[in-house]
Design a protein around this ligand. Structure first.
Ligand code: GDP
Length: 385
């Protein structure tokens, strides 16, 4: 996973630098060498890596630092700033507004994870109080409607599609009309993909777009293609007004860093990343939070975002967190909710828990830790909590 492998290597390089008794040119060079190696292994373009290395060296300039400066902090901040610059995907994208109907069209190549991502996107918003609905206008891939139906049913999200109608435009229009009448505030249209970029795919995308007039077109791309994401994103951008990009399969693939930097180079706003096949393996992409996690610094805003999902049913807890009146009793309730849901993900966002927790397969260990904390809390009196 991009966060596991790349994050692990970056965090280790920084830790090694921090552990050195004296920070000099050699220590800085060694740290930069390790960061460079990690980024190249993640398929980040050589020129981007070289620029990053040179910019950090220019910013830090150890020879000109007056004594008393915290060199570790200066280096860490320079690395943070340059990584953010490299992965900054441009202007923020259009965000649908709760309570006002928005139509969001999903496009992408076949196999990129488009259909799965439609439901993840719907579920993400549903957990935050939206009323999403799914329309399957993918009439090209056999089984696409069944897949969407199955996912939507599991997530308890209304869906629309047809086994007999072969015109994607008609299905899209019917589905959007129906859900507008039902006052759904987020209508998600899944369109057909193709094995490769071809004229028929782009023509169909244009027709569905014209007929449904979406507020946002989201391009779903397979993150495992690494640097090749640049050309694919450019080709789609030229055919449809792409308002946002989602990179999928950012779990198991070492090339995720390359895909991220490539999307950033096209200046397409990256809004979410897919981190697994399960419905909850889906995260908001925020460049600063992401880089903080890559560097092992945790991400409190991401943690709050996850907690908000959990807290949708218990909003009074959220207010107390924001007031600073958070009690152990509430922490206990949160742990309980987390054990039911995507706990591993939420925990990995906490500062200090590091990239170790981001690796797959550690969920069980983490759950055991949480259960131990809960047993400790169980032994406390009500007042103590
Ligand atoms: P579509 O043809 O673009 O609609 O792609 P699908 O949604 O059918 O997904 C293709 C495959 O990719 C399926 O096996 C999905 O489970 C898998 N997939 C989708 N998103 C992710 C992801 O973020 N991580 C992983 N590991 N697999 C994913």
């Amino acid at each position: 996973m991009v966060l596991g492998e790349l994050g692990g290597s970056l965090a280790r390089a920084l830790q090694k630098m921090s552990n050195s008794t004296i920070i000099d040119e050699n220590v800085l060079n060694e740290c930069l060498k390790e960061i460079t190696r990690a980024l190249l292994q993640a398929d980040v373009q050589f020129k981007l890596v070289r620029d990053l290395q040179m910019n950090i060296k220019n910013i830090v300039n150890l020879d000109h630092l007056a004594p008393g400066h915290n060199k570790r902090n200066i280096i860490q901040q320079a690395i943070f700033k340059e990584l953010c610059k490299m992965l900054d995907t441009g202007e923020p994208s259009f965000m649908p507004k709760k309570g006002k109907t928005s139509v969001v069209m999903f496009v992408g190549l076949q196999g990129s994870g488009k259909t799965t991502t439609c439901t993840k996107y719907a579920l993400y918003h549903q957990k935050k109080g939206w009323k999403p609905a799914l329309v399957c206008a993918d009439t090209f891939r056999a089984g696409a409607f069944d897949q969407l139906k199955q996912n939507a049913t599991k997530a308890k999200i209304p869906f629309y599609g047809s086994y007999v109608e072969s015109d994607p435009v008609q299905i899209a229009v019917e589905g959007v009309d129906r859900f507008k009448k039902e006052n759904r505030d987020l209508i998600i249209v899944d369109t057909s993909g193709r094995h490769k970029q071809e004229a028929a795919l782009f023509e169909e995308m244009r027709q569905v777009s014209e007929a449904t007039n979406p507020d946002l077109a989201i391009f779903v791309m397979d993150g495992s293609i690494g640097q090749a994401a640049y050309d694919q994103a450019q080709a789609f951008k030229q055919s449809v007004a792409i308002g946002a990009v989602i990179l999928t399969k950012m779990d198991g693939h070492a090339k995720g860093g390359g895909a991220l930097s490539a999307v950033a180079a096209t200046k397409s706003p990256l809004t979410f990343i897919g981190t697994g096949e399960h419905m909850h393996e889906f995260e908001v992409f925020n460049v600063q939070s992401f880089v903080k996690r890559l560097m092992g610094m945790g991400d409190l805003s991401g943690f709050i975002d996850k907690i908000q999902e959990v807290e949708y049913q218990q909003p009074e807890h959220m207010l107390k967190i924001l007031d600073g009146n958070f009690t152990l009793r509430m922490m206990y309730d949160l742990y309980q909710s987390m054990l039911k849901g995507s706990m591993g993900q939420a925990l990995s966002l906490l500062p200090g828990l590091g990239a170790k927790l981001m690796r797959k397969g550690q969920e069980k260990e983490n759950q055991a830790k949480i259960k131990r904390y809960m047993v400790m809390m169980d032994s406390m009196t009500k007042e103590g909590k």
